[in-house]
Design a protein around this ligand. Structure first.
Ligand code: SF4
Length: 197
């Protein structure tokens, strides 16, 4: 019987090449839990892209719904001393722990995440959190550097081919404010330039 893997998926650009690769190798399910994304319209936009390719490829997807309050309570108050700092670690942990728990409760063999495939994300940090929450849940975390072996390039190609929306900020309200500061834009104004996470 093929191995059952649950892939926590942050967005379509980060996950599509991973899903393309894994769907032929195992019994794959995509898990969408991203209460960090703000505002809700952006959350729905990112989720719609994941639903779209999962539907086309016949890959089952678990939609955990928004749950923004969980992020506001557990992650937003954590101080961020540097880019990719403690708040980001708490944000990864919230999402990966939910994936580990779901995977354990639904008969999966392992769980994984597309989080580390983001261009600015540190695989070592995300993999360490994956290992920890996996140990706590009693389920192994599939560890890989998803940026390697041509996967990033394949992801870019699939995004271009399918015309997938590419966001230009990580997701939370803090990263949105940073994006607006960088671009000299007043908060809340629509995107103008090319997207890059
Ligand atoms: S910057 Fe990204 S990883 Fe860090 S807290 Fe915000 S959404 Fe989460």
């Amino acid at each position: 019987m093929p191995e059952k893997i649950l892939l926590h998926t942050c967005c379509a650009p980060c996950s599509i090449a991973i899903v393309e690769e894994l769907r032929g190798q195992c019994d794959l399910t995509v898990f969408f839990y991203n209460p960090n994304v703000f505002p809700e319209a952006e959350y729905l936009k990112r989720k719609a892209e994941v639903i779209s390719y999962c539907t086309d490829w016949g890959v089952p997807m678990v939609d955990c719904d928004y749950g923004f309050e969980a992020w506001e309570t557990k992650v937003a108050p954590v101080p961020q001393e540097e880019e990719n700092g403690s708040r980001c670690s708490a944000c990864y942990r919230l999402r990966l722990a939910a994936a580990a728990e779901y995977a354990r409760n639904h008969g999966f063999d392992r769980f994984a995440s597309s989080l580390a495939s983001g261009r600015t994300k540190k695989s070592a940090v995300i993999n360490a959190i994956g290992r920890t929450v996996g140990r706590e849940a009693g389920l192994p975390f599939l560890e890989k550097d998803w940026k390697k072996d041509g996967r990033m390039e394949r992801g870019y190609a699939l995004v271009a081919e399918r015309g997938i929306y590419r966001q230009d900020y990580c997701g939370c309200r803090f990263s949105l404010a940073d994006r607006d500061r960088r671009n000299g834009r007043a908060a809340g104004q629509p995107d103008g330039g090319p997207a890059d996470k």
